[in-house]
Design a protein around this ligand. Structure first.
Ligand code: TYD
Length: 208
C-alpha cells in the first residue's frame, strides 16, 4: 500500500479527537491528501455494528462477542474506507484501531492481549498502522474532562473507574510490546503542548 496509516489511541477524555481534527487541517494545508476517520465506525455497516456495541441496553453482551464485533466493524471499515484511501496514496488518520481492542477487550476485559491480537490479525489480514500515537492520561483526569464538557456518556463511559485504570495499564503494556510502532505522548499537558508533541512525531515520520 502506498499511503500512510496513522492511528491515535488513548482512554476517555484524552483529547485525541481534537488533535486529529487539527492535524487533518494542517496536513491538508501542506498539500497532503488526508482521510480522517474513526473506529468503531466510519462506514454505514461499521457504524451499525458500533451502535449495537455501545447501546446502553446491551448490558448482557459477552466479552468475546464484544471483541468479535469490534473486529468485524474494523474489517468493514478497512475494506470500505481505509484500504481504498491507502491504495490512492493518502494519509489516513484514524481515531482508534486494533490497540483499543488489545487494551479494552484483551487487557481490561481479561480476554488476553495475545488472543485479541490474533482475532484482529485475522480481521485486518495483518494490516498494522505505520505509526500509532498513544495519548497517555490518568483515567481520573480524562473522566474529569468529560464531565466538564458535559459530553453524553455512553455505556463504556459509565464503567467504574477501576475499569479505566485497567484500560490504562493495558495501553502501557501494549506500548511496551510494540515500541517501534507506538509512540507515547503525555496527554496531561495543555492541549497546545500535546498537539506540539504529536505534530513533531508525525512531521519527523513524514520527513516534513
Ligand atoms: P467513542 O465515543 O468513540 O470514544 P472516544 O471518543 O473516547 O474514542 O467510543 C468508543 C468506545 O469504544 C470507547 O469507550 C473505547 C471502546 N472501544 C473498545 O472497547 N474496543 C475497540 O476496539 C474500540 C475501537 C473501541
Amino acid at each position: 500500500m502506498k499511503g500512510i496509516f496513522i492511528t491515535f489511541e488513548g482512554g476517555e477524555g484524552s483529547g485525541k479527537t481534537t488533535i486529529i481534527k487539527r492535524l487533518t487541517e494542517e496536513l491538508t494545508q501542506k498539500g497532503y491528501r488526508v482521510v480522517c476517520t474513526r473506529e468503531p465506525g466510519g462506514s454505514k455497516i461499521a457504524e451499525g455494528i458500533r451502535n449495537i456495541i455501545l447501546d446502553k441496553e446491551n448490558t448482557e453482551m459477552d466479552y468475546m462477542t464484544e471483541a468479535l464485533l469490534y473486529a468485524a466493524s474494523r474489517a468493514q471499515h478497512l475494506s470500505e474506507k481505509v484500504k481504498p484511501a491507502l491504495k490512492e496514496g493518502k494519509v489516513v488518520l484514524c481515531d482508534r484501531y486494533l490497540d483499543s481492542s488489545l487494551a479494552y477487550q484483551g487487557y481490561a476485559r481479561g480476554l488476553g492481549i495475545d488472543r485479541v491480537y490474533d482475532i484482529n490479525l485475522y480481521a485486518t489480514e495483518g494490516l498494522l498502522p505505520n505509526l500509532t500515537l498513544f495519548v497517555d492520561i490518568a483515567p481520573s483526569v480524562g473522566l474529569d474532562r468529560i464531565k466538564q464538557n458535559h459530553r453524553e456518556e455512553d455505556r463504556l463511559d459509565k464503567e467504574k473507574i477501576d475499569f479505566h485504570e485497567r484500560v490504562h495499564s493495558g495501553y502501557l503494556e501494549v506500548a511496551r510490546r510494540f515500541p517501534e510502532r507506538i509512540k507515547v505522548v503525555d496527554g496531561e499537558q495543555s492541549v497546545e503542548e500535546v498537539y506540539a508533541d504529536v505534530q513533531k512525531i508525525i512531521f519527523d515520520y513524514l520527513g516534513v
